[in-house]
Design a protein around this ligand. Structure first.
Ligand SMILES: [Zn+2]
Length: 247
């Protein structure tokens, strides 16, 4: 008697499970379609994109600048975690060679270049202000070149981002950063020793990559004013660390 009861109960319990099947497959289908839609939109919930913060930078290339409201224009922080402030104001001026810079850095920049010239270092500004569109096309070119070398789409993007700042994350869009070339490599040694006197800093040293988010760039100089530049030079800190200490 007891045995029969148990088997009856088992049979009764199985029925609802079979009834649940259509419901379970509906839920499964919903999960799959949600995943596919997100994949299509580039937001993969299972395997997050290589650099999520960069994806964010692309989708909203300006930030609410409350966080930086109290710093002067020449201390504005722009990196992969701090995109270009909303409505950033600047007036541009053309320099020798045709590049544009914020007119407020024109004089100190010319003074620095003149003194480097006097040392026979042949300095030349090869890149100054960049628009959002120019920054985007730099990025596209770099990705394309990695794709041509056979890298996957996501790997090519990851590699490109090690060399080119994402749109909204480049100091060149501020107009107060310049890339300088010279007749010989000595220009970079001279700049590392002397640029602070004119208010410029060696922005991306190799030992600060973790903090700046950018691999070493010996040619990239950024204006921060003489006071900050002197302190950054003397203390051997990055701009990020300097600003952190200010707070
Ligand atoms: Zn640069």
């Amino acid at each position: 008697m007891k045995k029969r009861d148990v088997s009856k109960r088992r049979i009764r319990h199985r029925k609802p499970v079979w009834l649940l099947l259509p419901l379970l497959s509906l839920i499964f289908a919903l999960i799959i379609s949600f995943w596919v839609v997100n994949l299509y939109r580039g937001i993969n919930p299972i395997f997050p994109a290589v650099s999520e913060e960069t994806t964010e930078v692309f989708s909203n290339d300006t930030q609410d600048d409350d966080a930086q409201a109290d710093v002067p224009w020449y201390l504005t922080l722009v990196n992969r975690w701090n995109p270009l402030p909303k409505d950033y104001d600047l007036e541009l001026m053309e320099i020798e060679g045709g590049e544009l810079v914020d007119k407020r850095i024109y004089e100190p920049l010319m003074e620095m270049l003149d003194n480097a010239k006097a040392e026979k270092l042949g300095p030349i500004v090869v890149s100054g202000y960049r628009t959002q569109e120019q920054q985007q096309s730099f990025m596209d070119e770099k990705i394309t070149s990695y794709r041509k070398q056979g890298y996957s789409k996501s790997k090519a993007k990851e590699l490109a981002e090690q060399w080119v700042a994402a749109v909204g994350a480049s100091e060149h869009q501020l107009g107060i950063a310049v890339d300088i070339n010279g007749a010989t490599y000595d220009i970079y040694l001279w700049l590392q020793e002397n640029s602070y006197k004119y208010g410029f800093i060696f922005r991306y040293p190799g030992d600060k990559t973790e903090i700046t988010g950018v691999a070493e760039e010996v040619w990239h100089y950024r204006y921060v004013g003489v006071e900050a530049a002197t302190e950054i030079h003397n203390q051997g800190v990055s701009l990020e660390e300097y600003l952190e200490n200010l707070n």
